[in-house]
Design a protein around this ligand. Structure first.
Ligand SMILES: Nc1ncnc2c1ncn2[C@@H]1O[C@H](COP(=O)(O)OP(=O)(O)OP(=O)(O)O)[C@@H](O)[C@H]1O
Ligand SMILES: [Mg+2]
Length: 397
């Protein structure tokens, strides 16, 4: 069928034509927004899940809900080895701009912008690595607020001031943090402490985080009370009905349908993982000569979709790994055959490679840092990318 009308959107952070299976999260967040804006106690939110399940897309959708309510919003994407100070300053600055132009007292807005600037400028050279952002030049940095150099204290004052600015307008501020697992433990701890303080004061500011499945553990390790500070939502693959909706609704707007067998075959191939749903849906559409899309069309499309995923989704990630890290993952995949790619013991990996476990720590740590593998508990590892073990096993033969 006409590839120009193809509605599907495989790609990192690509907004899907139909956001399937996330109604509960959206509803819940609407309640959170109302509660926070009215000064009621509410927890910040953390989304976690495997690669390609739709965390970024959901985070963006939640942010849109806040924007619709005239909240100030900003977003950062955390990176390993990079301080959050400047990215947070940028995000908070964006939020101040959102609300600032509606505020009746421009001097007060400038005052808060000045605090953002002071916060941003309090960086060591190390914090500036990879950042070109220069804080707003049209206001003078204030002094004595959010500029102590202690991230916990500075974040608390920054969040407090921007929250109060939003409160003047009866709204709140949402700071969205993607790839949150990449924040260092020390900075996560500072962030938790600041959120804790703000929520105790009933300040209308929330953090919405998203990250890999070990994010809740990373948060709990950084601060013991993190468990009570956030609502944790695991973002997972879609059940059959929702995966079908993700395919059917966009197609129906183009007057295209699917045979039941085609939908069943697609679910077998994708396991309901949103990235795969988009990827297979896209190729099936292009392969099908006419509506409805049939199981035969899907069968024809499957190897093409697989080939595309092998390059874009799996291959690109595999290539980021060093030779030692690749060996490590190949063994994980071999061992994963027995457990359907469940957690693999690091001791077993070492045993299979004939090495001492300690000598493999650099490879394991490297893979965790690159976001290819995660460790929810000591002594085991798992792939962050769904079907990755399966992909590596087919590469071998
Ligand atoms: N609820 C959904 N319904 C249909 N498609 C979805 C849904 N959520 C995400 N997608 C699609 O899945 C793909 C991956 O989404 P996204 O980039 O948000 O995943 P992610 O969890 O952030 O992945 P990563 O961990 O790699 O950053 C995109 O192509 C997106 O359009
Ligand atoms: Mg993402």
């Amino acid at each position: 069928m006409d590839p120009i009308r193809n509605p599907y959107a495989p790609g990192a952070g690509q907004r899907p034509p139909e956001l399937a299976g996330r109604d509960r999260e959206l509803k819940q967040f609407e309640i959170t927004l109302e509660r926070v804006a009215s000064g009621r106690p509410e927890r910040s939110l953390v989304l976690s899940g495997l690669r390609g399940v739709g965390k970024t897309v959901l985070l963006n959708a939640l942010r849109s809900l806040a924007v619709q309510r005239y909240w100030g919003t900003g977003k950062i994407e955390a990176r390993p080895d990079q301080s959050i100070r400047i990215p947070i300053a940028q995000a908070v600055h964006a939020a101040v701009r959102d609300i600032g132009h509606r505020h009746r007292d421009p001097e007060r807005v400038d005052g808060v912008s000045g605090v953002v600037k002071a916060f941003a400028q309090r960086t060591g050279m190390a914090d500036r690595k990879g950042h070109r952002w220069t804080p707003p030049m049209d206001v003078a940095a204030t002094s004595g607020r959010a500029d102590s150099g202690d991230l916990e204290l500075d974040l608390t004052e920054l969040f407090n001031d921007v929250g109060e600015l939003a409160r003047d307008l009866g709204v709140g501020v949402a700071v969205c943090i993607d790839e949150m697992q990449d924040i260092t433990s020390a900075e996560l701890s500072a962030l938790c402490a600041a959120c804790h303080e703000i929520s105790q004061q009933g300040g209308p500011l929330i953090v919405v985080g998203a990250g890999l499945p070990h994010l809740p553990v990373a948060l709990a390790t950084s601060k013991s009370y993190a468990e009570r500070l956030f609502h944790y939502r695991s973002v997972d693959r879609l059940p059959r009905v929702e995966a079908d909706r993700a395919l059917l609704i966009p197609a129906s707007t183009e007057d295209v349908g699917y045979d039941d067998d085609a939908l069943a075959e697609l679910y077998r191939l994708t396991d309901g993982y949103p990235y795969f749903v988009q990827a297979y849906g896209k190729v099936a559409w292009d392969c099908a000569p006419a509506s409805p899309i049939t199981a035969a069309d899907v069968k024809e499309a499957a190897p093409l979709a697989e080939a595309e995923l092998a390059v874009g989704f799996f291959g690109a990630r595999f290539e980021r790994a060093t030779p030692a890290e690749r060996d490590y993952m190949r063994v994980m995949a071999e061992l994963g055959l027995e457990t359907d790619d469940g957690p693999v013991s690091t001791a077993d990996v070492a045993g299979r490679l004939g090495r001492k476990p300690s000598s493999l720590s650099p490879a394991r740590d490297g893979l965790i840092k690159k976001g290819l593998v995660f460790a929810e508990e000591r002594g085991v590892v798992r792939f962050t990318v769904p079907h990755f073990g399966q992909f590596l096993r087919t590469q071998r033969d």
